[in-house]
Each structure stands twice: as C-alpha cells, then as structure tokens.
Design a protein around this ligand. Structure first.
Ligand SMILES: [Zn+2]
Length: 333
C-alpha cells in the first residue's frame, strides 16, 4: 500500500484473527508443525485465495487453520496482524476469534486464548495499538456447542471483552443463541453479532431484541427496512461494515454501488473494517482507500468514519477521547 499521507488513525472493530493468515505465515507454521499443506508453493496458495464464492472461501479458511496448533502459533498470527494494522493507521483493535474452529481440531481453548493474549499483552508497547478480544460462536454449530464453549472459556473471561456470532448466517438466526448471550451478559460481557449481511433485516431485529447486542456486525441489509434504520439511528447502535468483504462475497456486486454513503446520510453510526483481510483483498486502510476511490468520499467523510470507529468501540471514555483528538488533528486521508 502506498499513500501520500499517513493513514487516518482508526479503530478496527470487525476483524477475524483467523482471516489474517497470509500464505507466508501459513507455510512457516506448517513447516514448524510438520503439517503438509495441499499446495506446492506460496504462489499456488496465493492463487487459491482468489476463491469464487462463499463456500470456496470457507473451505480454504477452515483447511488452513490446521497449521494453528500451539500458543506460539496463535501469538505469531496475532503479531503478524498487529504489525500490518500499525502500518494501516489502526490505533485500537477489537479482535474476533473462533474457538470452536480450533477445539473441534483438538486444540484446547486455553491454548488459543493464552496464545492470542500473549501477543495482545505486548500490542500497546510493540505496535502502539490497544486491543480487546471478542469470542465468537459459529452459528452453523449447535446452541449446545456455543454453551459448552462459553463454559470452557470461563477461566479466561478476564481476557475477553465481548461475545460475537459468525459463520454461515442464513438459516442460523440470532434467536438460536439467546441462552448463551444471556449467560454472557450475566458475566458482564458486551455482546455483538453478525446480522444482516446475507441474512434478512429480521435477523438484525433478533440480534437487538433477543440477544441484546451493543453493536451489529455488517448490518448492511438494514437499509431494506426503514423502521429498523430508525431504531438503529435512534439508539446509535454501531454497524461494523466491511466493504471489500461485501464485494468479494457478492453481498454487493460493485463497490461503487455500496450503501455506505446512504447509511451515513441516514444517520447510522457506521464504521469501516476489513473482516478477513488476507482473503478479501485488504486491511483497514485499504478499505478506507477503496471506498474513497469507488464512492468519491472526501476527507471529512473519512474522518467521520474514523471518529465513528472510536465512538463504536468498547474503550473507556478517557482513552476514546484521546483517540478522537488524534483523528481531529489528522490531515490527509
Ligand atoms: Zn465477519
């Protein structure tokens, strides 16, 4: 990435750490763990990252996770992301992870959380990035599996800020996970959920009313339901939008047609994020640059998006205010 100005300071609020696994690191970890990848070279694997649809993405995504086995692997994964995020102007990151994608392969949940935690503990000092960890449940797994995962994570809840819900949305409505979200709220955790990406606006209503989410991930399909937009605006519920992901997964045909400007005009608290950047063609600033170019957004609008990212974060008020001052002092997008 080359930009004339340093990138605007921003928070990244929708980022799956497993989706930051670049081919180089996948090969390095495979070698360290004695795992054979079904690709002859990094180049061949890089070509496989040009998947054609959601299923081919998910197949590759889950297959490559096999290289993540030890605490050190998870720490290396997070370090690699944080180093890239720093270059992209990220000052605060709220990072998703999918414990079930690892425990189902026999990796203990403590290995995942302690490994990621080790990198995040060093993030402020090493990269100048504050962090939070969000534990996601795979919505295509059962409600019982989500409950078991939550209970297995109890000894580590001091490392976890929020719970989330991800993976294949259609057919797996938020209502399925009411119980585990109630337990998470009881334990003092914040709540977010993917809703209204491929699924209908009704799933966003469910996430709000049945799960009590503080923030909606994606949510772009709210625009089909004016009453829902009014609710989200009135309560200033943040939406973590992922433009390059939307194009890559065919939620939107063309970035030039993305509803982001209409969402901003409607008064929604919208943020821009990278989702699974190793697979979707770009990290945080790459997404900012892409929407600037495709949608003709000016510097003030990009600064609004950056301000929104801190407003929508789970930061304490003092730290939030300091970051907002950094945004206001920044010139150039
Ligand atoms: Zn996502």
């Amino acid at each position: 990435m080359t930009t004339a100005h340093p990138p605007v300071p921003k928070a990244e609020l929708h980022l799956h750490i497993e989706g930051t696994l670049e081919p180089e690191l996948a090969f390095a970890l495979a070698a360290r763990n004695g795992i054979a990848l079904p690709y002859a070279s990094e180049d061949e694997l890089r070509r496989a990252y040009s998947f054609s649809d959601l299923q081919s993405f998910l197949n590759l995504y889950y297959a490559l996770m096999a290289v993540l086995r030890t605490e050190e692997d998870f720490a290396d994964l997070a370090h690699a992301y944080l180093a890239r995020a720093k270059e992209q102007g990220v000052r605060h990151a709220e990072i998703f992870f999918d414990p079930q994608a690892h425990t189902s392969r026999g990796v203990p949940i403590g290995t995942v959380i302690e490994g990621l935690g080790r990198a995040l503990d060093a993030a402020q000092e090493t990269y100048g990035i504050s962090t939070r960890l969000i534990m996601c449940f795979l919505r295509d797994e059962s409600a019982e599996s989500a409950l078991e995962t939550f209970e297995a994570a109890r000894p580590y809840l001091d490392r976890i800020t929020a719970v989330g819900l991800d993976s294949a949305e259609v057919g797996n409505p938020p209502s399925k996970f009411r119980e585990v979200y109630a337990r998470a709220r009881e334990a003092g955790l914040k709540c977010v959920a993917h809703a209204g990406e491929e699924g209908p606006p009704a799933y966003v209503w469910e996430a709000l009313d049945l799960l009590g989410v503080d923030r909606v991930d994606h949510g772009v399909r709210c625009m089909e339901d004016p009453e829902l937009v009014a609710r989200l605006v009135a309560e200033q519920i943040p939406l973590t939008v992922c433009p390059l992901s939307n194009v890559r997964l065919r939620v939107i045909d063309d970035l030039a047609d993305h509803p982001l400007p209409a969402m901003l005009d409607a008064g929604l608290l919208v943020t821009v994020n990278s989702d699974d950047p190793a697979y979707f063609g770009g990290y945080a600033q790459d997404n900012f640059t892409a929407v600037r170019d495709a949608l003709g957004l000016d510097e003030d609008t990009l600064r609004t998006l950056a301000r929104n990212s801190f407003q929508a974060s789970f930061l304490d008020e003092e730290t939030r205010a300091a970051y907002l001052e950094e945004v206001d002092a920044h010139r150039g997008a």
